[in-house]
Design a protein around this ligand. Structure first.
Ligand code: PLP
Length: 377
């Protein structure tokens, strides 16, 4: 099976697996225990914290381990609700992952303000700049890279804009980390990530939040993580996560981004061939800066996206419909809708997301399979 669904989850890196296995043997103690076995586990966690902080460019004490990006997002939004004045709004880009969007809707209801995006899928920073002249939301949340289209968002500019306006900024870097350099992301007030998207284990992630000033806990019942998140830390998971990110981050920085440019060129060649091979096919976010691994393609009008997925599966390719599909039911993609696509167009979307090991030949084989499936429809 050729795997083109790395944005859903990516296989664990051998390096991460080795670190995970070793940690289960070496660090058997509970990091909160007062004996030396516990202290060793705590020291390993703190070393990992220092390592991750260095990659992101923040203080180690700003980092808290969690079970993944969903918990991290829930925590930041819970904190935002509890610490903001009554009536304050929460501004969230219209293309955020549901773990941000739905949580914000749950907590803020009608006080949730969706920030519009351009037809290319980039958040409208002019809209934000204008509104921030006179308004102060409790939070602005914009992701670093979109999980469906791969379109990169101007998080550096937004972090600076929020800093000037005194508005806390949350950046969901779940799809960016491990694919593009992590440096600078630590400048965001709140940052969230999930290990399994970049070759770490599932069920572990982190939040970067300001160490100074209180952050309202989401989980209660223990004094772990400086009293910010209760529950015994997942030591092997955290160590493996940081090992995975260190490996991927080093690849991102290889020869001044040559590795990234090469992969971007392969993706672009695939997109060009897709457009000629399947007349009527369209790439969402074409012309925008995008993750090198992600293609969101609106297929020619022939059949529904689920049938495409099944037929490609039979030919040995694991691809996705793109939209968050946690229930197994297809919802029209809110991301493509926010970009102005009609419901019928979104029903033709397929997402191909590659990994670091995906070869040019794999993209070529996928294209051949798409053409063959199209002929058969
Ligand atoms: N944010 C983005 C952009 C994602 O793509 C995902 C997962 O698809 C998440 C958050 C949630 O991550 P997790 O399911 O690991 O909590």
């Amino acid at each position: 099976m050729t795997y083109f669904d790395h944005n859903a989850t990516s296989p664990m890196l051998p390096e991460a697996r080795r670190v995970w296995l070793e940690a289960t043997e070496q660090f058997i103690g509970n990091p909160s225990s007062p004996h030396r076995v516990g202290a060793r586990a705590e020291a390993a966690l703190n070393e990992a914290r220092e390592r991750l902080a260095k990659m992101l460019g923040c203080d180690a004490l700003d980092l808290v381990w969690t079970s993944g990006a969903t918990e991290s997002a829930n925590w930041v939004l819970h904190h935002t609700l509890r610490s903001s004045p009554p009536g304050a709004e929460c501004w969230v880009s219209a293309i955020e992952h549901p773990c941000v969007l739905e949580t914000a809707r749950h907590h803020f209801g009608t006080r949730l303000q969706l920030v519009p995006v351009t037809p290319g899928g980039v958040v409208q920073s002019n809209w934000l700049r204008e509104r921030l002249r006179s308004e102060r939301p409790a939070l602005l949340s914009v992701m670093a890279a979109n999980n469906e289209t791969g379109v990169l968002q101007p998080w550096r500019e937004l972090a600076a804009m929020c800093g000037e306006s005194g508005v806390p900024f949350l950046c969901d870097a779940t799809q960016w980390l491990g694919r593009l350099p992590a440096a600078g992301l630590g400048a965001c007030d709140f940052l969230i990530g999930s290990a399994h998207k970049f070759g770490g284990p599932r069920g572990v992630g982190f939040v970067k939040c300001p160490a100074r000033g209180r952050v309202e806990p989401l989980l209660w019942g223990g004094r772990q993580e400086e009293g910010r998140r209760a529950g015994t830390e997942n030591v092997p998971g955290v160590l493996a996560m940081v090992a995975a990110l260190a490996t991927r981050n080093a690849e991102c920085e290889t020869r001044n981004g040559e590795a990234l440019a090469h992969r971007r060129a392969i993706r672009e060649a695939f997109e060009n061939r897709l457009r000629t091979g399947l007349p009527g096919a369209e790439i969402a976010g074409a012309g925008q800066e995008r993750l090198w691994n992600t293609v969101s393609a609106l297929m020619p009008e022939a059949d529904c996206q689920r049938r495409w997925v099944v037929k490609l599966d039979k030919r040995g390719f694991a691809v996705s419909t793109g939209s968050a599909c946690s229930s197994g039911r297809e919802e029209p993609s809110h991301v493509l809708r926010a970009m102005g696509y009609s419901a019928s167009q979104t029903s033709r979307a397929l997402r191909f997301s590659a990994g670091w090991d995906t070869a040019e030949a794999d993209w070529g084989a996928l294209l051949a399979a798409l053409v063959a499936v199209h002929r058969g429809l």
